[in-house]
Write a protein that binds this ligand. Structure first.
Ligand code: AP5
Length: 224
């Protein structure tokens, strides 16, 4: 079976985490989400968390020298030997170059960059209604994907909270940062023939069906 080395691209709130949860189940891929790694580090009070916290709360990118080593270590580690799903990395051309070089060292290549696109007005609405379980990390939306019992996770009943960086003014700044630093990666991966686009305004199930079918086709093409 050919390996799947995938990255998820898209603005904040595009639904990357929502889709990742489904895709890792479908394809049994290790899920490497920079945002989750960094938030866990902040909560545990590690050196990484200490370096990242201020940038995250302000909606800024954590500097490349803080994040690149951490993510390459995960990509090059034994758990990701047969493939990976990266969410939130790369977010700048410097990070994309570092990932490309890391894969080259391992004689591997990127299977695809999966871009989930949504307009700014959807982003603000989605992030202001997002709630996350403090224990399981499962993501909900008060309107689009509500839990069965208000404020409680369906999985284990744990408390649902709003992320610090989901305040409207921080969301607007995150969108600016996305446009300046991350959007150039769309052209970057398009030029390399790796980009696949998905309409993120569709329902989570429709977006999922489309991405899953695309990955299945890519895998088939790779095996021919
Ligand atoms: P990170 O956690 O990666 O945040 P992000 O990229 O801004 O993405 P989000 O998690 O906000 O959104 P998502 O696309 O996963 O959407 P979700 O599925 O939750 O990064 C946070 C911070 O960490 C950064 O700001 C930065 O400081 C730092 N950082 C991370 N990586 C870094 C890097 N590489 N370099 C430097 N710094 C880095 O969905 C959102 C909501 O919409 C949910 O409520 C969901 O239920 C709902 N929803 C999802 N899909 C749909 C749909 N189709 N229709 C309706 N609602 C939907």
């Amino acid at each position: 079976m050919s390996e799947l080395n995938l990255i998820l691209l898209g603005p904040p709130g595009a639904g990357k985490g929502t889709q990742a949860e489904r895709l890792t189940d479908d394809f049994n891929l290790p899920y490497i989400a920079t945002g989750n790694i960094l938030r866990a580090a902040v909560q545990e009070g590690t050196e990484l968390g200490r370096q990242a916290q201020g940038f995250m709360t302000a909606g800024e990118l954590v500097p490349d020298e803080v994040i690149i080593g951490v993510i390459l270590e995960a990509v090059e580690g034994p758990a990701a030997r047969d493939g990976f799903l990266l969410d939130g990395f790369p977010r700048s051309t410097g990070q994309a170059d570092a990932l490309g070089e890391g894969l080259e060292r391992l004689e591997r290549r990127l299977t695809a960059a999966l871009l989930i696109d949504v307009p700014d007005e959807d982003v603000v609405r989605r992030l202001s209604g997002r709630r996350v379980s403090v224990k399981t990390g499962r993501v909900y939306h008060v309107e689009f994907d509500p839990p069965k019992h208000e404020g409680r996770c369906d999985v284990d009943g744990s408390r649902l909270v709003q992320r610090d960086d989901d305040k409207p003014e921080t969301v607007r700044h995150r969108l600016e940062v996305y446009r300046t630093s991350t959007l150039p990666l769309v052209a970057y991966y398009e030029e390399r023939g790796s980009l696949r686009r998905f309409d993120g305004t569709r329902s989570p199930t429709e977006v999922h069906d489309h991405i899953r079918a695309t990955i299945a086709t890519l895998r088939l093409e790779d095996e021919l």
